[in-house]
Ligand binder design. Structure first.
Ligand SMILES: Nc1ncnc2c1ncn2[C@@H]1O[C@H](COP(=O)(O)OP(=O)(O)OP(=O)(O)O)[C@@H](O)[C@H]1O
Length: 342
């Protein structure tokens, strides 16, 4: 008799993260920046990660890209990239090893808040885009040059035939941001990780960039992880949403699950703290009371308990992640009373 094993179906998943713990060690103290985080980036879908400053959004991105600072490390958990060649355990790869360098920037690309993190000041913009095309796509010569020019044109850079030869310091901040995005998109990545990519840009350029990301997703099936503070962006672009608080994903689901049926008190508070487009001027906007705890001196149990109107004695223990539906999960002891009905 053969025993059937049920393997999770990952055919529509680009990256799975399971039980990820990433800690920082500074002055002999440990900051549990990510304390057991699980989520999936689906192929051809956008996952938005939201949460207040310091909750672990950027550390999540750096863990996937294997770009963590020296004082930090992945302590537990796994990050699996479901590539066309089979599954690759990114957490086990050497940070600067050949395989990770091939994947990073080619199959998994990242765009940062600060474009100078990705651009090298001593090479022209065109050289850097062409270098990426050569390394990841083996595209050289005239073809690569034309591709670089057309990418800059798509990004709305005027006179791209000329500007392609400029060094980063000749570009304005917004242009550098667009050049970096052109570089990230050059190789049609399977996964794009974007950390607040448009915060410094005006709304027209922001809309153009989001439209390009959307095209990448539709035409190339790219899975996108977008870190943002902007709930308007989430409502417009997200397929899936993960809400982070102090190193945990406290609620996750489809955009409908999280925005229409928010269940965790933190998600509810976060949504009540921002104006909603179309609801007019007289909205009741409430700041979330209290402040985030000291990350080096974290409370026991639920990290949000001190700021939560629903906290009870049980919240001194960490609540488990509970599935409310096939797509929606939450980390709250009182979820049954809080889940919106209808
Ligand atoms: N280079 C670093 N050295 C020490 N601690 C760090 C470093 N980077 C992040 N941390 C810590 O890790 C935790 C998570 O930070 P992270 O930068 O991921 O937050 P974030 O949600 O991205 O915030 P923001 O929205 O402000 O970018 C915080 O407690 C932060 O202090």
């Amino acid at each position: 008799m053969t025993r059937e094993t049920t393997m999770p179906d990952t055919s529509d998943v680009a990256i799975s993260v399971r039980g990820l713990k990433t800690f920082f060690y500074t002055n002999n103290r440990c900051n549990k920046a990510l304390n057991g985080v699980s989520f999936e980036i689906r192929k051809g879908k956008t996952l938005c990660i939201v949460g207040e400053s310091g909750c672990g959004k950027s550390v999540t991105a750096a863990s996937i890209m294997q770009l963590l600072p020296t004082l930090s490390r992945i302590e537990e958990g796994e990050i699996v990239y479901h590539s066309e060649r089979g599954d690759i355990a990114l957490h086990a790869l050497e940070k600067n090893g050949r395989q990770m360098r091939r994947i990073r920037g080619g199959e998994i690309a990242m765009i940062f808040q600060d474009p100078m993190t990705a651009l090298n000041p001593v090479y022209s913009i065109g050289f850097q885009i062409k270098e990426s095309l050569r390394y990841h796509m083996r595209m050289v010569g005239r073809r690569a040059h034309e591709k670089a020019v057309s990418l800059l044109r798509e990004m709305g850079i005027a006179l791209p035939e000329k500007r392609v030869n400029d060094f980063p310091h000749r570009y304005s901040g917004g242009m550098r941001q667009r050049a970096m995005i052109a570089m990230a998109m050059a190789c049609n990545p399977k996964v794009l990780i974007a950390d607040e990519p448009t915060t410094a840009l005006d709304v027209t350029i922001q809309a153009q960039i989001f439209a390009l990301m959307d095209r990448l997703k539709r035409e190339h099936g790219t899975g996108i992880m977008l870190i943002t503070h902007d709930m308007g962006v989430v409502a417009e672009l997200a397929d899936d949403v993960a809400v982070m608080y102090m190193g945990n994903i406290v609620e996750a689901g489809t955009v409908d699950d999280v925005l229409r049926r928010p269940t965790h008190p933190y998600t509810k508070a976060l949504l009540a703290s921002v104006p909603v487009l179309g609801k007019g001027k007289n909205q009741d906007i409430k700041a979330i009371r209290g402040a985030t705890p000291d990350p080096l001196n974290r409370p026991k149990g639920c990290q949000f308990a001190d700021r939560c109107d629903f906290a009870i004695a049980q919240c001194q223990q960490m609540p488990p992640e509970t599935a409310i539906s096939a797509s929606h999960r939450v980390m709250c002891w009182r979820y049954k009373e809080l889940v919106p009905h209808g």
